[in-house]
Design a protein around this ligand. Structure first.
Ligand code: ZN
Length: 257
């Protein structure tokens, strides 16, 4: 990879993704807070060239206006959630070349968590905000479960080597739920041990990869008979299809702790 990725922790469990090139140019994704970004830019003497946001929630774009103003760069964000803070609205199919970095990303519409949520994919990297988490997925606040499932399925269809750069450190808790849905999934157990060790060392569990997510993430495995059977037991009725299964386990997770 020509670019380096760093997960900057923010608030209680957010990550702001910092993408840098060998010349010291940088872009950030979902800066809910400007401070950790400013600290990283100063410490590493980086030049901020672009600010990307995946959706309108404040913990993802709160720091974007200050960063753009301070560094004289633009904010690239979802066309269907365009606010004053977004200078360049982007939607499905758009290509984005990061100024000065030569990095090219394409934009995918992935509604569900919010109505206009977008993802950025390029260079084997997927910035997916609050749609796909490691071993979990975001809450469909503004969309239907079926819409959310469709968006997750689109992400899962991308090349499996893509690195998954999501917005929150929820992995260990998500894996407890994954192990409840799929108690016989050895990949879930192995990954859980690895992630618990990383957290104990203060390291992020991210990025993961789509390949790994397809092995451990119950929300990407709703078409499997084992997941359907667990969902059916929980719901007390047979599952009709993968969307039905997704809807049941997504709701189940809300009450899971
Ligand atoms: Zn959000």
């Amino acid at each position: 990879m020509d670019f380096q990725l760093t997960a900057l922790p923010a608030f209680a469990d957010n990550y702001i993704w910092l993408l840098t090139d060998a010349s010291g140019n940088a872009a950030v994704v979902d800066p809910g807070d400007a401070k950790p970004v400013e600290q990283a830019l100063a410490a590493r003497r980086l030049k901020l060239c672009a600010v990307l946001v995946t959706h309108h929630h404040a913990d993802h774009m709160g720091g974007a206006p200050a960063l753009a103003a301070h560094h004289g760069c633009q904010v690239y964000g979802p066309a269907r959630e365009a606010t004053e803070a977004v200078h360049v609205p982007l939607a499905e199919g758009a290509g984005l070349e990061l100024p000065g970095m030569g990095a090219r990303f394409r934009v995918l519409d992935i509604p569900g968590h919010t109505a206009g949520h977008i993802a950025f994919q390029g260079h084997g990297i997927l910035f997916c905000g609050d749609t796909l988490f490691s071993a979990g997925c975001g809450h469909p606040f503004e969309g239907t479960p079926a819409q959310m499932y469709g968006s997750l399925a689109r992400l899962a269809a991308l090349p499996a080597s893509n690195l998954v750069c999501c917005g929150h450190e929820y992995t260990v808790k998500n894996l407890r739920f994954a192990a409840t849905v799929e108690p016989d999934n050895a990949a879930v157990r192995g990954y859980a041990a690895e992630c618990e060790a990383k957290r104990a060392r203060g390291e992020p569990t991210l990025p993961s990869s789509l390949e790994l997510e397809k092995a451990v993430n119950p929300f990407l495995r709703c078409e499997l008979p084992s997941v359907m059977q667990t969902a059916a037991r929980h719901a007390g009725r047979p599952m009709q299809d993968a969307v039905d299964t997704f809807t049941v386990i997504r709701k189940w997770k809300d009450g899971f702790s």
